[in-house]
Design a protein around this ligand. Structure first.
Ligand code: SF4
Ligand code: SF4
Length: 480
């Protein structure tokens, strides 16, 4: 119960005999007694209420601090805990209602775990002292919005943006000229690109993996390797990427925040370059609740995908690690992110996506789409925000194999919804379901191919790699 004691995830580091001053313990008790009942405070020790429309974002079971994941249900509930509303959904809607949408763009830092479970008010009060106590309280009653913003920023921005993070709401173009990968080169040249996904094997034998890579390689510009998708352990994405490089295929290395710490992220990103891996896709990752039992711990999220992009972009463009250490030879990679265009209403979803682009995303791969016409309002909103020219968008498509597979995607995969007309077509198709699935995919390609802002498709064959070549040929998208 948050009013009395912080939830387990946010308890201080395990120092059983640690001693704290009476003053600090007293401030902690007062803070939890005030913020617990009012905001459901979990004492994360790194308060963001100013930027989250005064709703505590630490209610999110994934601990996301920069916006919703793609799994929010159509009625605004959380797929990890369907008994609860998605807290980020609530934050976005309230921010729009009170005219604070633009505060959602600021790239917010990961937790400084040394502060978790401790109070945050001492910093705020000392910052108010530095700004001028009188000035701060006068600004509260001032009608001058600019002055108010300036004074509040000088207090709260300083507290929530430590020097090792220095996040902002601005767009940061990549600081290099020549493309670093074939995928980037083709996208820059304006070709309609096809990427695909090869499912990592669930065993140590790479025979099928190699075979699948060879099957799709002639038809695509890049091959994604997922990072234990659906929270099911498989061969690591890094190993699969190395196998692909050895076969002269271009991999996209997916890294899921779910299993990644700030330390492993930075090490893996540098290590990937040594294997010739030049495309990295940052995703939040499916929660362990969708994976097989026994359930793993859900309390270990260290980063979210926006933070991953921010860290990797700064490593590449500014040559610094998260802790500020300079590196002599920065890594190079083309950075991507996932997006779920229909997760929120298009206006709010565009804010979420703009934030990822500002943080460092150069290409997007969308979640699986079955209603291409619904992309239009989202693309319009991205255009209004001047985002379209800054990111290449590959639309995620799945050729359906059967009615059963269609139902599975619709009912079990977070963020994926099939309209009734597609479900009925697949049901009616009976033994011809595979042909119907291919026909649906070809229709969707035809309808998105000429949309402004779409740079290609990301074909997710879900283990049906043989179909990739046929779809590419029949859609007239040969990648030679
Ligand atoms: S952001 Fe952290 S400190 Fe602020 S109310 Fe939420 S849990 Fe408490
Ligand atoms: S749907 Fe995603 S973002 Fe929303 S509360 Fe659940 S885990 Fe967090």
């Amino acid at each position: 119960m948050s009013g009395i004691k912080p939830a387990r995830r946010w308890q201080p580091r395990f120092y059983p005999f640690h001693r704290e001053s009476f003053g600090k313990r007293f401030r902690e008790k007062i803070e939890i007694m005030v913020k617990g009942p009012v905001w459901g405070c979990r004492m994360c020790g790194n308060c963001l209420l100013q930027e989250t429309a005064f709703i505590c974002c630490m209610e999110c079971p994934k601990g996301l601090r920069n916006g919703p994941c793609g799994g929010v249900t159509p009625d605004g509930h959380c797929y990890v805990d369907p008994t609860r509303r998605c807290v980020w959904h609530a934050i976005y809607f309230r921010a729009r209602k009170i005219g604070r949408e633009d505060t959602l763009l600021e790239v917010l830092p990961p937790l400084d775990w040394s502060r978790v479970g401790t109070e945050t008010w001492a910093d705020v009060f000392s910052q108010i002292g530095r700004t001028g106590t009188g000035k701060f309280f006068r600004s509260l009653f001032s009608s001058d919005k600019e002055l108010k913003k300036q004074v509040w920023d000088s207090v709260f921005r300083t507290v929530r943006q430590p020097v090792w993070w220095n996040g902002d709401s601005e767009y940061h173009a990549a600081a290099y000229r020549e493309p670093v990968s074939e995928l980037e080169k083709n996208l820059r040249e304006g070709r309609f690109v096809v990427a695909t996904e090869v499912t990592p094997p669930q065993s140590a034998d790479s025979g099928k993996l190699k075979n699948d890579i060879e099957l799709v390689r002639p038809y695509v510009k890049a091959i994604n390797f997922t990072d234990a998708s659906s929270a099911i352990p498989k061969m690591s994405a890094l190993a699969c990427c190395k196998v692909a490089v050895d076969l002269n295929a271009e991999p996209v290395f997916q890294i899921a925040a779910r299993d990644t710490t700030r330390i492993s992220l930075q090490s893996d990103a540098i290590g990937a370059g040594q294997f010739g891996i030049r495309n990295i896709l940052c995703v939040t990752g499916d929660s362990p609740v969708v994976g097989p039992p026994p359930a793993s711990d859900m309390n270990i999220n260290d980063l979210d995908s926006v933070q991953m992009l921010w860290i990797l972009r700064r490593m590449r463009d500014e040559g610094i690690y998260l802790d500020g250490r300079k590196m002599k030879h920065p890594p190079s990679y083309f950075l991507g992110a996932a997006t779920t265009p229909f997760a929120l209403d298009p206006e709010l979803q565009a804010i979420r996506d703009q934030k990822k682009v500002n943080a460092g995303a150069q290409f997007f791969q969308t979640n699986i789409i079955f209603e291409p016409e619904r992309l239009d309002p989202w693309l319009e909103q991205l255009d209004r925000r001047n985002v379209l020219g800054k990111v290449s968008i590959l639309v995620g498509l799945v050729p359906l194999k059967s009615y059963k597979a269609a139902l599975y995607l619709h009912e079990k995969v977070p963020g994926v919804y099939l309209p009734k007309k597609i479900l009925s077509r697949m049901e009616r198709a009976g033994d011809g379901a595979r042909e119907e699935g291919i026909a649906i995919t070809l229709e969707m390609i035809a309808s998105i191919k000429h949309k402004k802002g779409i740079s290609g498709i990301h074909l997710m064959s879900l283990g049906w790699e043989e179909v990739v070549g046929r779809i590419v040929r029949e859609a007239g998208l040969d990648q030679a």
